[in-house]
Design a binder for this molecule. Sequence first.
Ligand code: NAD
Length: 350
Amino acid sequence: MHTLFPMHTLLVTGGAGFIGSNFVYHWLETHPQDRLIVLDALTYAGNRENLAPLTEHPHLRFVQGDICDRPLIDRLLAEEQVTIVAHFAAESHVDRSILGPGAFVQTNVVGTFTLLESFRQYWLGLEKPAHLRFLHVSTDEVYGSLSPTDPAFTETTPYAPNSPYSASKAGSDHLARAYFHTYGLPTLITNCSNNYGPFQFPEKLIPLMVVNLLQGKPLPVYGDGQNVRDWLYVKDHCTALETVIHRGQPGETYNIGGNNEIKNLDLVHSLCQLMDELVPDLPVSPARNLITFVTDRLGHDRRYAIDNSKITQELGWQPAMTFEQGLRETLCWYLDNRDWWQALLDRSAL
Ligand code: NAD
């Protein structure tokens, strides 16, 4: 792939989380000459184990710290001569944002602001900053909820966030946009649909269902299970982010999605079928017997759908994984990595 500069140093915030850690592996594999500084506060969602095989990697430095810590960010940008910020760090679970929105405003809004301010000061002090980039990784949830017949979200769909999570992400998106328009800071924004794959914390739908199935616990489905989400394999998200870093236009937003709308209940049924096939001795079989409808999430968005024509047509990105194959690989990963999720369950008392 065409690179902006022969060698980069990336500051990857939230690199010990789900998407961030997948991105770290992807970047080191595809850009072996680059250096990565992972900055992560290791909240309940961050896991040092996600990067354990890279502990001795000569091009990776791990720093435990908070994106709200301005002196730390200032120091890291300057001492590492960072050229790309890939900003994943966030509070990311909608249910937690309903119970405690304060942490979402702090990390997602104040944290993003702190990074942008620090990056701006650093960028102003450089002589030839043309190759610098600030990638702000965001979500399709900022666009609100669609009816079954509405067209999919485009980059010009008005923002209408409905949860404290999506509102805090919307606020951070607006700041990233404003820093381009006001100061010319080379920010790029991506709004992606639901990801799935290895290293996802087992509070999110797919890993939650897998670990509950393996423990013979109920599979909680919100409301009538008819909420629709677009699903993208996390490694496809990483190639999209790589594409945007290399070929995206600063100041632009790119929607990322897999053209893969699925109702929650249909997803859970497919997952149950696959688990019946992959694990013949499940505690409860057939697995679908564990499906349990629970009281709907407050303000639960009905449907999200992404129109990804801008990134596919302008930047030439395409998702590579089919949902069937991606789901199978994901389930196999959770089956092969029981110690990984069991430790998280023990730690978090989930
Ligand atoms: P995650 O919750 O798995 O990981 C978040 C990481 O950020 C964790 O490692 C955590 O320790 C770290 N973190 C949290 N607060 C921090 C702080 N104050 N300072 C430093 N680090 C902090 O989240 P994820 O699913 O990997 O999502 C990553 C990004 O992608 C988020 O910005 C999210 O909004 C966005 N996104 C996620 C999805 C999805 O389906 N998971 C879809 C679209 C966009």
